[in-house]
Design a protein around this ligand. Structure first.
Ligand SMILES: Nc1ncnc2c1ncn2[C@@H]1O[C@H](COP(=O)(O)OP(=O)(O)O)[C@@H](O)[C@H]1O
Ligand SMILES: [Mg+2]
Length: 238
């Protein structure tokens, strides 16, 4: 069997004395859209932050395209091809939409390709082209999410990780963003989304992991997970 794009093995991590992840095993295969769902405080954000090198693993391994990236710096991990769209978007205040997008490419030197990718982002999200000179943090929540996703794409990742795609956004907008992500995925980019809104996550992703108090409690295709009575009761309110 082919090596998965991302493999997480028995991962433990936390903040100082506070242990958050207790032996997480998960994976993302090449070309897939995968979701990680779970309640508030389950450790989803911590997992993404550990993958992208912001939080240090205390034990376990993270392999990306077969390489052990567990001890690499955040910049090295970004350079390997993992982009992280953080919770709450975190755009830079005082910088234009265009400058926020260009910052996503700060490790790259291929100027012509950067310009082409900027154009690709503007094609995905035409509103960003219209707003390119505006302070990014003055846009609506949905536009800021587009800008944050665009900034992630500007690093030319092989894996795009998005923390809480739908948080605070109107359902119609979430639907639109979801369609765009599916489009981006079809162009060959693997996507890992973290969501408290399980319904939305299951609509986008083919595979899912359910995480509770820092442990993966269930995994499988989202089709099968969505039919699981425990999941329906706990997360889908059915
Ligand atoms: N910087 C931090 N310092 C200490 N504890 C934290 C920090 N960030 C998160 N936590 C704790 O880690 C746990 C998991 O949080 P988080 O990963 O943000 O969960 P989720 O994204 O699933 O809501 C929570 O109990 C939270 O209080
Ligand atoms: Mg979170």
């Amino acid at each position: 069997m082919a090596e998965p794009l991302l493999r997480i093995e028995a991962l433990h991590a936390g903040y100082g004395e506070v242990r958050v992840l207790w032996g997480v095993d998960a994976q993302v295969d090449e070309g897939n859209i995968v979701c990680i769902v779970g309640s508030n405080g389950a450790g989803k954000t911590t997992l993404l932050r550990t993958i992208s090198g912001i939080v240090r693993a205390t034990s376990g391994r993270i392999l990306f395209r077969g390489e052990d990236i567990t001890r690499l710096s955040a910049d090295q991990i970004l350079a390997r091809g993992i982009a992280h769209v953080p919770e709450a978007r975190r755009l830079f205040r005082g910088l234009s939409v265009k400058d926020n997008l260009i910052l996503g490419a700060y490790l790259r030197r291929d100027t012509a390709a950067i310009r082409r990718d900027l154009d690709f982002v503007y094609t995905l999200f035409p509103i960003l082209r219209e707003r390119q000179s505006q302070d990014a943090t003055t846009m609506s929540g949905g536009e800021q999410q587009m800008c944050a996703i665009g900034r992630g794409i500007m690093s030319r990742p092989k894996l795009l990780m998005i923390d809480e795609l739908s948080l605070g956004l109107a359902p119609r907008l979430v639907e639109r963003l979801s369609q765009t992500l599916i489009e981006i995925n079809k162009a060959g980019l693997a996507i890992l989304i973290v969501e408290q809104d399980v319904m939305t996550a299951f609509e986008i992703a083919e595979h899912g992991f359910v995480i509770e108090t820092g442990r993966v409690e269930m995994r499988g295709t989202t089709k099968v997970l969505a039919e699981n009575p425990a999941i329906r009761q706990a997360y889908l309110g059915m």
